[in-house]
Design a protein around this ligand. Sequence first.
Ligand code: URP
Length: 383
Amino acid sequence: MAGCELDSLEETLETHLPEAELREVKRILFGKQTEKLDLPACAVDAASERNFELKGYKFEATQEQLRPPRKVRVGLVQNHIVLPTDAPVLDQINAMHSRIGEIVEVAAMCGVNIVCFQETWTMPFAFCTREKEPWTEFAESAEDGNTTHFCQELARKYNMVVVSPILERDEQHSTLWNTAVVISNSGNMLGKTRKNHIPRIGDFNESTYYMEGNTGHTVFQTQFGRIAVNICYGRHHPLNWFMYSMNGAEIIFNPSATVGALSEPMWAIEARNAAIANHCFTCAINRVGTEHFKSEFTSGDGKKAHHDFGHFYGSSYVAAPDGSRSPGLSRTRDGLLVVELDLNMNRQISDKWSFKMTGRYAEYAEELSAAVRHDFKPNIVKE
Ligand SMILES: NC(=O)NCCC(=O)O
């Protein structure tokens, strides 16, 4: 079976394992079971009419005596591009706006408080081509671009925080960035945060287009909790997650665009490990589908030129600090994953496992400062 034909890992397990084994396999693979969330019938019907998968789960925390639960619903959106990559740029952007608009409407029916879209959601993932035109035309101002205005309307209409990852055009510095715009549920732009790490692997030729981010590890205080955005390739860097968490992030979103041949075995591990290591929730989002480009490009590996990047495998999921995770969305379909979190779990797990308390950060900081110097000598004892 070709990789992209497998629709979902969980469904495959469910189809082929007897019930008792399935329960045990799931416990070992996914941790404590996440219960299904009851979603309104109108949302289920609308998702089916609009041809996207809708799934809902909840992570429960222990009831405390002094603090009330802090329940938040997050919505993770994964989708195909709507029009072919050679359609006029504005038509492509508008088509993505209307697709996202109809998915966010369903998120609102499900009571979502914070929604996050996939990396550079308004455009095909065209960086594989190395062509500048027309792809740089998709870049927009984070403050005043049409996409930000569109998301502000959604935020206001549905009382929802919107995390909108775009290709940003920073006119003032004549620079492009890979940026997530964070819009408060009031409709005001709270701020923006830029991708810190740019891949230098495979067809991800992103350094041709934009620069490494300069916004550090900003955390945004929203009405529904403190959130941060670790964009795509940043998920391979444990210290990147760590710094968002050090700045107080309770939920870290990881909007991504990644393909099966490259990263799929790592996908289920990295965001989940970050949730465990940092006592927070993480939300991994990947686009879905295969995008075809008119001009052929090579991967610089001696193999034949080709017109597509490979299959973006979706599989968006949420991981909790207790090591459990939600089932993923499909590998092949557009989808909305609605997950209810109780943010009290972060402190409960921190009190239990105490990774933050037992971390030897002052030691690491000292050793790291030495290690980044050019005269660094590794601390190795030899006979
Ligand atoms: N978009 C992006 O950073 N992709 C890099 C590949 C990966 O991290 O799996």
